[in-house]
Design a protein around this ligand. Sequence first.
Ligand SMILES: [Zn+2]
Length: 236
Amino acid sequence: MGIDRGLSAFVVAAHADGTEVARITDSPKALAAGMKQQRRLAKSLSRKQKGSHNRRDAAAKLGRHHHHVANTRRHFLHQASNALVKTHDRLVTENLNVSGMLANRRLARAISDAGWAEFAQQLKYKLAWRGGTIMIADRWYPSSKLCPRCVVIDRDLTLADRVVTCSCGYSADRDLNAAVNLARRGEKHHLEPRTPKHGDRATHARRRDGADQHPTSAGETSPNDAGTDVHTAPAA
Ligand SMILES: [Zn+2]
């Protein structure tokens, strides 16, 4: 199954035959609202006189809100990654330049970027627990621009184009098309294991590492964790 970090959705998952499996859009909007409120609370705090009761109260309020936003985000990411690894054991996603994307100044997009890095990590270790594999397509693979039928690349496709159309008559939602092409990439890779391209080797090495162990570093949950870990807010 191909997993695309979409432009209009947080994630779109699809099979190589063109079937859309999942489209997750909801939470980033709720998070964006939470972030806006967080910014407002921080501003309010900065206006309070140092050492005052008002300032102490504002700081506590901001702290509680910060934890609420972090919990909302974590819960959303775990739910989304669980849903995907429980139904599929071979995933293909993109190798994304996360640091580059974090430079993007649009708020909702920035939150989504941060979430995506964590989400990709979750997919990786949760799949390892289940004996599944994740393949990372290289950054230059034109997943959104490719027509899966005639394998022609639409070089004119811009970020504003939400629908991909090909001269062969094929037409699809941009994010879905990317997920389909990623899934196809995985199938092709599976059929040609003896001709790895430069860059694919690292993916194999990571996959072997991940399959041999159950990582337990900070932030990773146990295999049975439903992703509902709640972190308590600091005392006011
Ligand atoms: Zn075509």
